[in-house]
Design a protein around this ligand. Structure first.
Ligand code: 2P0
Length: 322
């Protein structure tokens, strides 16, 4: 009962912000993301009769805080298999340089794919995504490569990932690492606080449904400018909604705004460049891969080489040979 798997991180172009069901992680709005080639997690699992407790080692160090979530997650699969065997989980996050972009999305997706293989559960990617979702919402989308929708659904079996497009039409992303430290307010806490206190929250959920439809149309047209402009508008609306919570949640830092202004300047010069920020200060730039060199050379006038990472679309999550 051993297996190893790899899953790539994803960045949402239509963001997930808020849960309809906190226990089952069913979101209030559907989301859509690009799986990235540049960031991934490798996870080895071993369900071992000799273990008294579950164990979790991340990048060579034991991580008791995440272990609680991992044990709960493993319980979902143990219940299906009808076993109580404890598991040893070893994960390695692969992120270029000290980016601090280690992701719960690639982490739970790799873990789900590895457990599915180790326990011979034979779930297909769509069904598996409904379990991975219960580890971390954004992980749902990392089961597939390219562009992926997380359909919000209304129950635990229909809130799932759906593959949209392999994104091999020059779509890319440049990531500007502003701060690699762990954020002070986790997404889980931040989204709940936004729901409870922002007068704009219901508008966010309603508007993002419209954005999603426009995004799917732009993807079917392979129109990167349109994809970027919808993504930027959606990301900034999410940040505006967070800022309208009480007390406000502000993830942006002065250097985030500096990067945003540089992106606007690049656009005025005719480059395809749009921002997509998550629950943190780092700035992601939706772009054409063929223009990424020009974008990087402009960013290098202000940011250090190691703060800038380029990525194309990544693949599906998959089982690795041991
Ligand atoms: C996203 N984020 O769509 C959005 C945009 C952050 C901002 O998904 O509570 O770590 O585990 O479901 O998946 C981050 O939320 O939260 C996230 P949980 P998760 O990528």
């Amino acid at each position: 009962m051993k297996a190893k798997a790899r899953a790539h991180a994803n960045i949402a172009l239509i963001k997930y912000w808020g849960k309809a069901d906190e226990a089952l992680i069913i979101p209030n709005n559907s989301s859509l993301s690009l799986t990235l080639d540049a960031f991934y997690t490798d996870t080895h699992v071993h369900f071992d009769e000799h273990l008294a407790e579950d164990e979790f080692i991340l990048d060579g160090k034991s991580d008791p805080k995440t272990l609680v979530k991992i044990s709960k997650f493993a319980d979902l699969f143990r219940a299906i298999k009808g076993i109580n065997t404890r598991v040893r989980v070893k994960s390695v996050n692969h992120v270029p340089t000290a980016a601090g972009l280690a992701s719960s999305a690639s982490g739970f997706a790799a873990l789900g794919v590895a457990i599915n293989a180790a326990l011979d559960l034979n779930m297909d990617a769509e069904v598996l995504s409904t379990y991975i979702r219960q580890g971390s919402g954004s992980a749902t989308r990392s089961v597939y490569g390219g562009l992926v929708e997380w359909q919000k659904g209304s129950n635990t079996t229909d809130s799932k990932a759906v593959f949209i497009d392999d994104a091999t039409f020059d779509l890319g992303m440049v990531i500007v690492v502003i701060d690699k430290d762990e954020k002070t307010i986790s997404s889980r806490v931040g989204m709940q606080h936004t729901i409870e206190t922002s007068p704009y929250y219901t508008l966010w959920a309603k508007d993002s449904a419209r954005d999603l439809e426009a995004m799917k149309e732009a993807i079917s047209n392979k129109d990167i400018d349109h994809i970027g402009s919808i993504a930027e508008h959606n990301a900034l609306k999410m940040h505006a909604t967070m800022m309208s919570a009480n007390p406000a949640i502000i993830y942006m830092q002065p250097d985030s705004l500096k990067a945003i202004q540089m992106v606007q300047a690049m656009r005025n010069e005719g480059l395809t460049a749009f921002i997509a920020m998550d629950a943190g200060p780092n700035v992601k730039i939706v772009c054409k891969l063929s223009e990424s060199d020009q974008i990087v050379s402009r960013l290098k006038t202000t940011f250090k080489d190691e703060q800038i990472i380029v990525s194309g679309p990544g693949p599906d999550a998959y089982v690795l040979e041991e």
